[in-house]
Write a protein that binds this ligand. Structure first.
Ligand SMILES: Nc1ncnc2c1ncn2[C@@H]1O[C@H](COP(=O)(O)OP(=O)(O)OP(=O)(O)O)[C@@H](O)[C@H]1O
Length: 523
């Protein structure tokens, strides 16, 4: 490993997955053949490595990027491999964080295990080696021990396949700073492992306990930042002076390799996050934002030379970056561009990062956290600066369309009401005419002359007209009530329908033996 550089960035472009193909997505990233350069829209970025797409095969990631770090680990250097990318872009897949120990998985962590134990085997005659692993997750700004057997037991007892973050018994662990500025996790499980299989079993046990959830973007979305740490301690065997590793004198060499699978950056409207997922999303973005700020501060050469402040304390994640993953689907172009910019900044980071402390740190820290919280919420809510304005315009347009359609419907309703009243009137007139004729025929049948019938008819007709007016009045009132309140109308109709009295049940428009006829015949 070259001591002068600590951060190298690899971009891994995964193939389009089935759901993206079904949605008709196409690749939005192009790789310049033979160059570690990618193009997205009008933007071009150069990295240390580009895999997938027209770049090198993804299977080469381990050999190019991670194998040198494993080698460095055996020489006593700490190293970190970190996967950053949008949710669903393939971080867990690339890191192999969910490796169960069965079959072959091309992920980085399984390959690290394999390489390490091969090396242990090769050096076992000259070097005493102790390997420990820890596995933690940062979920909603709290650190949890994924290897804590208490929480694993609890989740099993509850019948849940995973120890969900809300499971009772999961207590967060405290981050402590050592006197020389290092960071330790109080009480975290550090399991000693002697074989690859043993290490894999801790990885899979921790992965099963990790907080995952389903979002619109990924059915198995990691909701936490997971850090699998391998600690390697080496001591030369006294009876074997010429060991394989020349770095080991009589001292103990101790180094750590952090393998970090970050939670995906996300936007609420893309992931369909609400409630719990929404709060998780804010925490995820907050953590990533803090990490981005560290990257910016470290990557800014001028600031670095001036000894500018690096906000390490805002990020519990890492000070070293090595890898980055992106999704190639055009629907994700905006997020992919952000990832590429993020990774590009990381590339500017030079080694020899220093933790700064000053008396104002606590106060500044609080203020920065507040700003970041607000920025994260803003970012999560709207995705970008243009979105709210566009959304507002679209919503306004929708409202005006709905208002126009509403007044059109109201106008139609009014017209139909008038037509219906006119039809009612005509039906009434016809009914009156019919009853008049029936009466006349009845009278003639009873032996009355036409003159007599006519004069009686006039009296009856007056009475009938009074009845008709009364009926019209009642009918008008009924129509008015119906139009005032539709719910009242239905209750009113129910009430009328449920009445056993035939006079009420029959409407004036349909009655053969209805109100008018009954009234007249009862006279
Ligand atoms: N290189 C690849 N080849 C084929 N399929 C892949 C590849 N990388 C990822 N996938 C698939 O893409 C989907 C999303 O991958 P993964 O869960 O690793 O994403 P992620 O970035 O970890 O998401 P999150 O941040 O939401 O946890 C999975 O179905 C995975 O199998």
């Amino acid at each position: 490993m070259d001591n002068s550089e600590s951060v190298r960035v690899a971009v891994n472009i995964r193939p389009l997955i089935t759901t993206e193909l079904l949605h008709g997505c196409t690749d939005c990233i192009t790789v310049v053949p033979g160059e570690p350069q990618v193009h997205i829209g009008s933007h071009a970025f150069t990295y240390d490595y580009v895999y997938g797409g027209a770049g090198s095969p993804s299977s080469a990631i381990f050999d190019d990027c991670v194998a040198p770090l494993v080698d460095a680990l055996f020489h006593g250097y700490n190293a970190t491999v970190l996967a950053y990318g949008q949710t669903g872009s393939g971080k867990t897949y690339t890191m192999g964080t969910n490796y169960t120990g069965e079959g072959s998985n091309g992920g980085i962590i399984p390959k690290v295990m394999e390489t390490m134990f091969k090396r242990v085997e090769a050096t076992k005659h000259s070097t005493e080696i102790l390997i420990r692993v820890s596995f933690i997750e940062i979920f909603k700004e709290e650190v949890f021990d994924l290897l804590d057997s208490n929480s694993a037991t609890l989740s099993k007892a509850e019948g849940a396949p995973f120890s969900k973050p809300t499971a009772p018994g999961r207590l967060p662990i405290q981050i402590r700073e050592t006197v020389n500025g290092g960071i330790t996790l109080a009480g975290v499980t550090e399991a000693e492992v002697r074989t690859k299989e043993e290490m894999a079993s801790y990885l899979s046990r921790g992965s099963l306990s990790r907080a995952t959830g389903s979002t619109n973007m990924n059915s198995q979305s990691s909701r936490s930042h997971a850090i699998f740490t391998i600690t390697l301690e080496q001591k030369k065997i006294a009876s074997c002076p010429n060991g394989v590793n020349d770095d080991i004198s009589d001292d103990i060499l101790c180094a750590k390799l952090h393998l970090v699978d970050l939670a995906g950056s996300e936007r609420a409207k893309r992931t369909g996050a609400d409630g719990m997922r929404f709060k998780e999303g804010i925490h995820i973005n907050k953590g990533l934002l803090a990490l981005g700020n560290v990257i910016s501060a470290l990557g800014d050469e001028k600031k670095r030379k001036e000894g500018g402040h690096v906000p390490y304390r805002d990020s519990k994640l890492t000070r070293l970056l090595q890898a980055s993953c992106v999704s190639p689907a055009d629907t994700n172009a905006e997020e992919t561009l952000n990832t590429l910019k993020y990774a590009n900044r990381a590339r500017n980071i030079q080694n020899k990062a220093v933790i700064n402390r000053d008396p104002m740190a606590a106060q500044l820290q609080r203020m920065r956290s507040q700003i970041e919280q607000l920025q994260a919420e803003l970012l999560f809510y709207r995705g970008d600066g243009q979105a709210p304005f566009d959304e507002l315009q679209i919503l306004k347009h929708k409202v005006s369309l709905l208002e126009a359609s509403n007044s059109e419907l109201q106008r139609e309703l009014q017209e139909r009401r008038l037509t219906s009243e006119q039809l009612a009137q005509r039906a009434l007139d016809a009914q009156v005419e019919k009853d008049k004729l029936i009466m006349q025929i009845e009278s003639v049948r009873n032996g009355k002359s036409w003159e007599e019938v006519d004069s009686n008819q006039n009296q009856d007709l007056n009475l009938m007209k009074n009845y008709v007016l009364k009926i019209q009045e009642l009918e008008g009132e009924l129509i008015r009530l119906k139009s005032v309140n539709s719910s009242k109308r239905s209750r009113f109709s129910d009430c009328v329908d449920s009445d056993d009295d035939g006079t009420s049940k029959n409407s004036l428009f349909s009655s053969e033996n209805g109100y008018l006829s009954s009234g007249i015949l009862a006279k």
